[in-house]
Design a protein around this ligand. Structure first.
Ligand code: ADP
Length: 197
């Protein structure tokens, strides 16, 4: 399986590039944020629980995210692989995820981190909020999400770097140029190990 983690702060472009990667390499796009938004739209219990955290810019508790992710993954284990978008977001999530993959004899193939400065992130997210009406894309909540990212999610860069899995791509510029660079990183690092379509 080809299992890619697309890593980065809110607004870095993970969603955009994950969709393109899932199409190019025929992978399942697994966005924890998208799953929560769909649960919220369907007014499920999981959606209601997640909404109370998301609207404040907080992370949904690890247990809730992990249960949802594992049950989603187990339905797709016969596919080519996954693009993980917005997961993992804490060290606890990454550790439990690693063990879960090990149990299933699979692993993370590579981690691509999109680097974008904070000013640019805030500009992008405020603009997205105006267009989409996403309730967590207001300036106050965005600033809190960036703090949460710096405190709880950023340490994962070092975590995956120690495992020799981390690669960085500069995420400002044209979508096509950035996507090309992401694909170059993937093809250079997983070449020979997987059938890249
Ligand atoms: P963004 O990357 O712009 O923050 P997402 O759609 O990935 O957008 O996430 C939106 C919100 O969903 C997050 O702020 C968080 O509350 C929740 N969420 C998504 N993924 C996770 C996760 N892996 N762990 C905890 N909370 C998550």
């Amino acid at each position: 399986m080809l299992n890619l983690i697309l890593f980065g702060p809110p607004g870095a472009g993970k969603g955009t590039h994950s969709i393109k990667l899932s199409e190019k390499y025929k992978l399942v796009h697994l966005s924890t944020g998208d799953i929560f938004r769909s649960e919220i739209a369907n007014k499920t219990n999981l959606g209601l629980e997640a909404k109370s955290f998301i609207d404040k810019g907080k992370l949904v508790p690890d247990e809730v995210v992990l249960n949802m992710l594992f049950s989603f993954m187990d339905k797709h284990l016969d596919e080519n692989g996954f693009v993980f978008d917005g997961f993992p977001r804490t060290i606890v999530q990454a550790d439990k995820f690693g063990k879960m993959l090990e149990d299933r004899k699979i692993s993370v193939s590579t981690v691509v981190s999109l680097e974008v400065n904070e000013e640019e992130l805030i500009t992008r997210l405020v603009k997205r909020g105006l267009a989409s009406g996403r309730t967590d894309d207001t300036e106050e909540v965005i600033r809190h999400r960036l703090e949460v990212y710096n405190e709880q999610t950023k340490p994962l860069l070092e975590y995956y770097n120690k495992k020799n899995l981390l690669h960085t791509v500069y995420g400002v510029g044209s979508v096509d140029t950035i996507f090309e660079e992401i694909c170059n990183v993937i093809e250079k690092n997983v070449k020979g190990k997987y059938d890249l379509i």
